[in-house]
Design a protein around this ligand. Sequence first.
Ligand code: BGC
Length: 532
Amino acid sequence: MPGGPAATGGGIGGDAPKNKFAGILMTCFAAFGGILFGYDTGVISGVKEMKAWLCQFGDPTDDFKRWPSGCGISSSTESLVVSILSAGTFFGALLASPAADYLGRKNGIIAACVIFCVGVAMQTGSTAIPLFVVGRVFAGLGVGLVSCLVPMYQSECAPKWIRGAVVALYQWAITIGLLVAACVNQGTKDRDDHSSWRIPTALQFAWAVILGGGMLALPESPRWYIKRGRYEDAAASLSRLTALAPNDPIVELEIADIRSNLKAEEDLGESSYIDCFKNTKNRIGLRTWTGILLQGWQQLTGINFIFYYGTTFFKASGISNPFLITIVTNVVNVVMTLPGIWAVEKIGRRKLLLYGAVGMCICEYLVAIIGVTVGSDNVAAQRALIALVCIYIAHFAATWGPIAWIVTGEIFPLNVRAKSMSLSVASNWLWNFAIGYATPYLVNKEAGSAGLEVKVFFIWGSTCLGCFLFTYFFVPETKGLSLEQIDMMYTLAAPLKAGPVRKRLMAEDIHASDAQAFQKVDGVHSEPDEKV
Ligand code: BGC
């Protein structure tokens, strides 16, 4: 083991202030992928309502109530155009694993931008539904890849003391992308020609070119190099991220830690998808399920009910300017992610997830109770409803929004990281699709639908209770640990008992490459091979 630097805190970047910023800025840049994610998911709701788009892709209709422009599309085409993106994103997230392992994290993101651009070109240039839909699939593949690769790249490259905040920036970028899409749609919707929908659609090129072009200049993840046995490249990459010499003791210790952690994993053999679910000493199966379920619970908070159906919901609740409210909810989402970025390194992931679940649960039950008891004709009730929805979004934005991505970026060991993470992100998109698809059937009053209307918030309130219980039993605190120390923590204790182990790992700065590492933490944990 390279000697010397144990007291520096390890982790990429160590603790020396002069080294702090080089790597951080680089990994922050990757957050730009969030803009692509947020904008692309947000833009379609406006585009598909624009007159020029409807008259190009739909048919004339005299149902002026639903289609004031005189052109409309069938419900099945509408749902195809909206939901096909989720199909693309789901498969894109699954493809992220081979892309991350074979191309690398950085090159995977660049390839995703190219695929995304192909999809945007198809949509911008199309004159009929089939090409537009295929374009949505390609764009979805790109978004799905990016949504997995960006937090993976950031988690692997950021210094441990600020890793959570760096990944939270990615969530912040998602919220900005959603807001920008709403504003651009609003700005172009009244144009009479095809520029009304082609401008917001083509603007996506800009996000992909900035992200892909910028990534070209960034280093590849040192952990990927180590996984490929390219130790000199790993040292060079770490040296760029830390602004230290490749042979600096801090860099050497970091490399030794990653190598020894990976070796322990690889001694067990080549890992397959089945291995992601095995109940190993370091609880890989539990960790994969934690990632998959955490992402599912994030969607089950009901957040996209507001972002996908907010305008319709507020209209039905008697609120006169639903578009304005939609912009307000988006602004709350952007602004309230900022305290989350700060809090995740101060308060920690686990506490924030628990707190966020309680806050959202209370707001959602109150919305449902006020909606059911007072009704939508009462102005005071409408105001209370808007305020509560905004407080609910604020809780999501500061907690479950960023932290679901942070935790899935950091809980997996290197040998299965790409696979387990891509399965977790695919779960996010699957639930995203399922909830988006099911919502009209749950909420609408038409025949064949459940007609829950505002009562649907009883469901979201109850799922937030589920979020709380899930976090309590399955999500350990990971703040302040290196990715390799997180692996040690899982080996030494089940999530519910991991607190003291984490404290000891941090207090004594115990490294994975230290042959005595496990003995050092002995006494605060149950047996390393204890089954979950
Ligand atoms: C979620 C998206 C959601 C967005 C809202 C993300 O973390 O995964 O589904 O639309 O946050 O800010």
